[in-house]
Design a protein around this ligand. Structure first.
Ligand code: BGC
Length: 274
């Protein structure tokens, strides 16, 4: 059989993406990269309207299309409204990047129910609500083969803490562990319908969420001990992985977590011990 080997294209021309938590950090980086690849981008934010406006302005200045949409992803009504507004503006949704997430750190004995509920609410329930709304929109729209080989793509931004336990952050680690099996379970369910579902699991990336871990030279040196690649990640490291998972170039990748962590999950303590 004659095989042809096409060049990777990474194009998202004509597709529309929602990026939750797109107003700062990893989400902002993802919004920029998807827009540069040709996607219309709905930049979701919860409170940081200035951040979202800045991302939208920068994308527009590049000649690409973006809109800022306020929604708290843990609210069913807000998520429904966010999808409605995106569909009214751009016609449909082809790609969901469920990225909104937060940390509210405390030791177990000190953790309040509010801290637990908030982290699970945004990081896990929010992912469920957005994935459900995306699935409904993908099905409503139906297949457009000229645009993508898939009916739709769902990409969760998880964490190395979907597998690495994290003392003092039990709510966060539980949310990401839950996210991993949410991703795999719905990948099993939705694959036959043409919906591709994956996660990107970042390690330590320089963003506001973990500023204390890299801000001073001492903190950064401590952090680098956990990273065999010996650098802290940049948002672009994650955004480029998301672009690949969103594009047809990864069409056979389904139900997996793409770990982008400079080797943090390699048990770096065992480099010298064990
Ligand atoms: C957390 C960061 C942390 C990184 C590696 C991320 O999911 O949000 O605070 O630096 O994992 O531990």
């Amino acid at each position: 059989m004659q095989q042809s080997f096409p060049q990777p294209s990474f194009t998202l021309a004509g597709q529309t993406a929602i990026v939750t938590g797109g107003s700062s950090g990893i989400g902002a980086g993802i919004a920029h990269v998807l827009a540069a690849a040709g996607a219309n981008v709905a930049v979701n934010y919860s409170r940081n309207s200035a951040g979202a406006d800045k991302v939208v302005r920068q994308i527009s200045e590049q000649g690409c299309r973006a809109v800022a949409i306020q929604a708290d992803v843990s609210s069913e009504q807000d998520v429904a409204r966010m999808f409605d507004q995106t569909v009214r503006r751009f016609g449909t949704v082809d790609i969901l990047v469920s990225n909104a997430g937060l940390q509210q750190d405390a030791t177990l004995a000190e953790m309040t129910l509010e801290q637990w509920n908030r982290v699970i609410g945004i990081n896990l329930t929010g992912a469920f609500l957005c994935a459900r709304a995306a699935t409904r929109e993908f099905r409503r729209r139906g297949m457009v083969i000229e645009r993508s080989a898939a009916l739709g793509k769902i990409i969760f931004i998880s964490s190395v803490h979907e597998t690495i336990p994290w003392a003092g952050h039990a709510n966060y680690a539980a949310s990401k562990g839950g996210l991993m099996l949410l991703m795999k379970s719905i990948a099993q369910e939705l694959g036959p319908q043409g919906i591709r579902v994956n996660s990107v699991a970042p390690g330590a990336v320089k963003t506001p969420i973990n500023r204390a871990a890299w801000e001073t030279p001492e903190a950064e040196a401590d952090l680098l001990r956990l990273i065999p690649r010996r650098r802290v990640g940049e948002t672009a490291d994650i955004a480029k992985a998301v672009l690949w998972l969103a594009s047809d170039d990864s069409d056979y990748v389904h139900g997996t977590s793409l770990v982008v962590d400079g080797g943090m999950t390699l048990y770096p303590g065992f480099a010298t011990g064990g």
